[in-house]
Design a binder for this molecule. Structure first.
Ligand code: BGC
Length: 755
């Protein structure tokens, strides 16, 4: 009784506190609203348009550099109040120099907002985002973004172009490394965790930064996985697959959204009023501002949508693209367009207000130099707490794909181990792509990680993966000819008990503009793998890659496979911890791994088709003649050194608004471990066909050896409903199948009826 009373008091206190917090944040918003309005009233049209202009800085480029965008003009425009933001300027000294001009030399002294692609850390790098998503650990992911925000804010940055919440299904696309994989439910959860990490509880603190949900919308559906390619998807996919993570991020108060390079229904996203005005700002009530993607305004001309740059500026502004990144469209034409009546001044007012609001929220008007603290810059980069967080995240991101005869974990100091592969000795590649602020050669290599843990290694490179210089902006040269290290590697393998082969992609083999038509091991690595296998099949294959790879031979022949992605600064330590059993792997794939590139796009939440099976034993069913339909490794899959047993699935469908499910999970593997319990749903018949299964819940639990836990899920209308092609959200009664288990393909099945 007493306990109940205290519980009620505690709940009331939380409610009151929440109400107060909400009130105070509403109040703050009102105050900011008034400030924005009064500032706007003082601004000339030119100054308002100026807020809508973002220039690239003077050194790094993350896209094609426009002609005429020279430094002299940028400085002049800045002094005239014609620039609202810079990207790719970093470091206290550099940021301070520009901010001082904006604050001290322009008529109104409006501070700049500084954006950068802080995608998986700034100096201390976490795993690439796809790898982080494989952890399914929302707390760790939030912490990783927090670390990134702390380091980025220490070098003057107050805005990151992350998280990318595009959903995609095609491993040929290089940017799969930058998001959370193929599933909108997981994608939304991971995206929200990242926004929380970046933005924190108080955006005006000097260690939090504004986040950006990108790329709105549909960019992940580039045809055939080719970068910047055409997107052509139906509205049901748009509403059910593409939109949900963006909507979730708007609900989580993400401050900015970036539009996209692609077309949607024939209209470039940057000029797409349906996306930006109707859905984002209209239906979802997004209060922040929209930034274009790099030159995506100008590219509307190349798309064949706008006749010239001026028309591109007109279309972008009218469609709700508030800030123009590196197109020169707004700065060159928007004032004139307003004077000609082609863009209403209210459109400019709205865009400028949205941008100013975020600047106020960041506290830039209180202290424009709050992110420019040299002491923070000196103390915070690469600091110890950040290394610890990066190691934690890296270990959690590793996925154990195969472990025949318990070859893993390895025994410390007791086995003669050969380490083979150029990537094992690489301190740059494991940092991955999209790491503009980081320094080369700062990753702990696999060899270094192993050496800290154990002795008894010998190393042979075998073959280089790439030759010549590597960079974010240039094509890689893959080694397809130089086999001069093969013999040494083969001889070493012969003399060893276990062979650790570290193979995969270079860190710059994925990321923007890194589409591939082959998604096997690049260069000579497959040949090397098979040559070593001939002399010693006792191989642990450690994969480093930024996308799912199609490795049917390895999956069939190699006894142990560890998916180690590109894990950032702490790569080697994390991998060694898993190989020696100091960390029990717990990751699960956030994207299906195909058997062959010909299966792409491949994803678990596909539709049934009318002929999903070969009941008649003839050819007339949906299949390939030369390959299975199923993936090599499915979504949600990942092994552990423990074993988990699922039992006692219960379903209570008495309340259609709260369908309750429970399952018991036991660790029967004799060693402590973690498991991601996943819930999938299938609506058997609906007015718009539903996928064969969809993730609708998950929980990561840790279980001591021999421990068991009951995990509960509640399905509400949010999980039970879906969007039709008109964007209406429907919850329809009928029969549902449920799968609760260890992956999208394995678990306990049940069903219920929604009344
Ligand atoms: C990318 C964006 C990125 C921007 C700025 C573009 O090429 O598509 O995701 O934020 O460049 O670097």
């Amino acid at each position: 009784m007493k306990k109940t009373k205290w519980t009620i008091i505690a709940i009331l206190a939380v409610l009151v506190l929440n109400a107060c917090n909400q009130k105070s944040s509403e109040l703050k918003q009102d105050v900011i609203g008034e400030k924005v309005e009064s500032l706007l009233a003082k601004m000339t049209l030119e100054e308002k348009v100026g807020q809508m202009v973002q220039y690239n800085g003077f050194y790094d480029a993350t896209g094609p550099v426009p002609t005429g965008g020279d430094a002299k003009k940028k400085y002049e425009d800045l002094r005239l109040g014609k620039v609202g933001s810079f990207l790719n300027v970093r470091g206290v000294e550099q940021v301070l120099a520009l901010q001082k001009i904006a604050v001290e030399e322009t008529r109104l002294g409006i501070p700049l907002i500084f954006g950068l692609d802080v995608i998986h850390g700034h100096k201390t790098l976490s795993p690439i985002p796809l790898a982080e998503a494989a952890s399914w650990d929302l707390q760790a992911i939030e912490q990783s973004a927090r670390t990134a925000a702390i380091e980025a804010s220490a070098v003057g940055i107050n805005w990151t172009f992350a998280p990318m919440v595009d959903i995609y299904r095609d491993a040929r696309w290089g940017r799969v490394m930058e998001g959370a994989g193929e599933d909108p439910y997981l994608g939304a959860k991971v995206g929200v965790a990242r926004v929380r990490g970046f933005q924190g509880d108080d955006l005006s603190a000097n260690n939090t930064i504004a986040a950006c949900a990108k790329h709105f919308a549909g960019y992940g559906f580039s045809e055939a996985g080719r970068e910047y390619n055409t997107v052509d998807i139906g509205t049901s996919t748009l509403y059910n697959i593409v939109f949900p993570p963006f909507k979730a991020l708007v609900e989580a108060d993400v401050k900015t959204v970036m539009n996209a390079f692609n077309i949607v229904n024939g209209v470039p996203a940057t000029g797409n009023s349906f996306l930006q005005r109707d859905i984002l700002k209209g239906e979802w009530g997004f209060k922040g501002f929209v930034v274009s993607d790099w030159a995506s305004g100008a590219e509307m001309v190349t798309h064949g949508y706008a006749r010239d740059l001026k028309e591109a500026a007109q279309f972008a502004a009218n469609a709700g693209s508030d800030m123009d990144m590196e197109s020169d469209a707004f700065v060159s034409h928007l004032v004139e367009l307003v004077k000609e009546g082609k863009v209403a001044e209210s459109v400019v007012d709205e865009a400028a207000s949205r941008i100013l609001r975020v600047k106020y929220e960041l506290g830039l008007f209180d202290d424009p130099y709050r992110y420019c603290d040299e002491i923070r810059e000196k103390d915070l980069l690469y600091n110890e707490a950040h290394q610890k967080a990066a190691l934690d995240m890296a270990r959690k991101s590793i996925v154990l794909l195969k472990n025949e005869n318990n070859l893993l974990p390895l025994q410390k100091n007791r086995q003669k181990i050969a380490v083979i592969g150029a990537l094992a000795n690489d301190k740059t590649s494991p940092l991955g792509s999209w790491r503009i602020g980081s320094d080369d050669s700062t990753a702990v290599s696999v060899l270094e990680g192993l050496m800290i843990h154990s002795s008894g290694f010998a190393y042979a490179k075998g073959a280089d993966v790439v030759t010549g210089p590597v960079s974010f902006v240039q094509e890689l040269n893959i080694n397809t000819t130089d086999r001069c290290g093969f013999n040494e590697a083969i001889n070493l393998a012969k003399r060893s008990e276990v062979v650790l082969m570290v193979l995969g992609e270079h860190g710059f083999h994925s990321g923007e503009a890194r589409s591939r038509t082959q998604i096997d091991l690049p260069g000579l690595q497959q040949e090397l793998l098979e040559a070593v296998y001939k002399v010693n099949p006792n191989i642990v294959l450690v994969l480093m890659n930024g996308r799912p790879l199609a490795l049917p031979w390895a999956a069939a022949n190699i006894p142990a496979i560890v998916e180690a992605w590109q894990l950032g600064t702490q790569s080697g330590n994390a991998i060694a911890d898993v190989l020696f059993g100091e960390y029990n792997p717990s990751g699960k794939l956030p994207m299906s791994f195909p058997r062959s590139v010909g299966q792409c796009p491949i994803y678990y939440n596909h539709f049934s088709t009318g002929r999903p099976t070969n009941a008649e034993e003839n050819v007339f069913w949906s299949h390939y003649t030369d390959e299975e339909n199923s993936p090599l490794f499915p979504f949600g899959f990942g092994l552990s050194y423990s074993e988990f047993d699922y039992s006692d699935l219960t379903i209570d469908d008495s309340d259609p608004k709260n369908v309750k499910l429970t399952v018991t999970v036991a660790n029967v593997g004799g060693i402590d471990g973690e498991e991601v319990v996943q819930l999938y749903l299938h609506d058997r018949a609906a007015s718009v066909v539903r996928p064969v299964k969809e993730l609708k819940g998950f929980e990561k639990i840790s279980l001591k050896a021999n421990e068991s836990k009951t995990v509960s899920f509640v399905l509400t209308e949010n999980e039970l409903g879906f969007y039709n092609g008109e964007g209406e959200f429907l919850v329809e009664p009928g029969e549902f199948d449920v799968l609760i288990g260890t992956s999208s393909q394995e678990g306990l099945a049940g069903s219920f009826v929604l009344k």
